[in-house]
Design a binder for this molecule. Structure first.
Ligand SMILES: [Zn+2]
Length: 105
């Protein structure tokens, strides 16, 4: 149980690190390095959920919308606008995000 909790902290820490990722792309390499360190620390195959619009960006758990099927998370608010403009375009990515989130527990 201790280990699970530690893992959660690492995941949350990673999300905090990448918050606002869309706005400043300069830190790109730092972010991906942090993400992979988190993945390693988590031990095995836990994947970070990705923004359906910017597929390489991890989600910010504070940035989401509610749909008929549940929440959809994004990396930043700009992506919400893009998603709403054409939800069908991102449907597959949303499904992928849900799979990752469902696996995470
Ligand atoms: Zn974004």
């Amino acid at each position: 149980m201790r280990i699970a909790r530690f893992t959660n902290l690492l995941l949350v820490g990673g999300l905090v690190l990448v918050a606002g990722g869309c706005a400043s792309r300069d830190g790109g390499f730092d972010r991906s390095q942090a993400a992979s360190e988190n993945a390693n620390a988590a031990g095995n195959s836990k994947k970070l959920a990705k923004c359906p619009v910017m597929e390489n960006e991890p989600i910010d758990t504070k940035v989401y919308i509610k749909t008929d099927d549940g929440r959809v998370y994004f990396c930043c608010k700009d992506c919400i606008a893009k998603y709403k403009a054409n939800p069908a375009k991102y449907a597959e990515n949303v499904a992928a995000q849900r799979r990752v989130l469902a696996d995470r527990n």
